[in-house]
Write a protein that binds this ligand. Sequence first.
Ligand code: ADP
Length: 461
Amino acid sequence: DYVIETMNEGMSEFWGRSVEQALNKPVFDVLPELRDQGIKELLDNVYNTGERCVMQELSINLIRNGKLENVFVKFVYEPLREADGSISGVMALAHEITEQVLSRKKIEESEEHFRQLADLMPSKISNATINGEVTYFSKSWLDFSGFSFEELRDFGYHQMLHPDELEEFQNRLQHAATTLTDLVMEMRFKNAAGDYVWHLNIASPVKDENGNHKMWVGVTTDIQKLKEDDQHKGDFIKMVSHELKTPVTSIKGYVQMLLSMLNDEKSQNELPLKISLNRIDAQILRLTRLITEMLDLSRIESGKLDLQKTSFILNELIVETIQDVLQTSKKHIIKLEEGCVCSVYADRDRMAEVLINFINNAVKYSPESGNIEVKIWEAGNNQVAVSVKDYGIGIDEKDQEKIFERFYRVAGKTEETFSGFGIGLFIASEVIERHDGKITVESKKGEGSTFTFILPLVIGT
Ligand code: ADP
């Protein structure tokens, strides 16, 4: 019946029952709330088999101070034997560990919380013991690498390094480990798809409260976009210098030729003035355009692209622009289809730049085909659309969004033969956006491209 024969104050406190209340009564009468919590079965087993029962941590509900409390206890049930070896009872030694368990659970919760934080960060986080044994890789590391934690810990990390940086990384790591200083290195890691991606990799030794180094924390951030921007900027500067040099060299050539002819009495009267000046003028136009684009770029970047808006008939601007382009490129036939006569409220010069960029690109990127179609029509919702279609080299789908980015030029053997520096469409899309319009491209590689912009219409035209 598990009648309580003897108990100490400690057990009385743990149960929340006084010794007088409990002594000489069956334990489940004293603590009826324990009846359905599996305790009786444990006691029966000890009593019937003589095997001691050791519980490191059991959660039970006890009524203490008048209310039901959930407590944690560590205990031993030991069979009590008579002189002849028969079992006459059970001795219980209990140690309440509620406080320890609750504080451990709090730590576990906090650890879980920080783990979730680390997993949600876009940077990749890792943890290693001070001897370099990795204990944690955040989810972003596992997702990026496609490895499990164990795979990444045991061999993945080194497999992911770019061969060009392997040696330097190992040297730096060695240095950081022996001097217990930060390792900071820009380096590439291979992702699950097999592509190397640039990262800023920082590993820092972290101290405990006594100032002893206890672990390494690694934060690895994707800087691929920054690297690409840097690369594009570098390419841009190279291209700009080249683009500026070509017209200047040509102008210089004509000027020198004219000067030397002027100094030569024989040819003094046969100066090819008209043709030379025309060529010089065309080159100056090219230079001016380059400089305008660069000025616009810096204005856009500093948020200072001011628009001088007026109402004007878009069709007239289109006709003028086509005539301008035809002045310098005689090879192409530009057909205009006017579905409407439409007015817009816009910055006329900037709209001219957008059109020149569209038409010049259509000319430039269709060296084999001479036909270009320009169309203007009402696009519904009080909008007007203008499109420029060519039958040139076309643009691969994967590049179609990117060509509107700053400095982006499609890479490829054919593409590289065209001069340019990848800011025309960026400026065009900024200008159209600033007019509450939209710019789109439809294209198929090898078949040609259609660039279209849509602007709000001035009603009543
Ligand atoms: P740029 O022509 O000076 O390089 P843009 O910003 O005008 O710069 O164009 C960006 C890129 O888009 C070009 O380098 C080219 O690869 C592509 N592109 C633009 N227009 C066309 C077109 N009509 N046909 C094919 N590719 C084009």
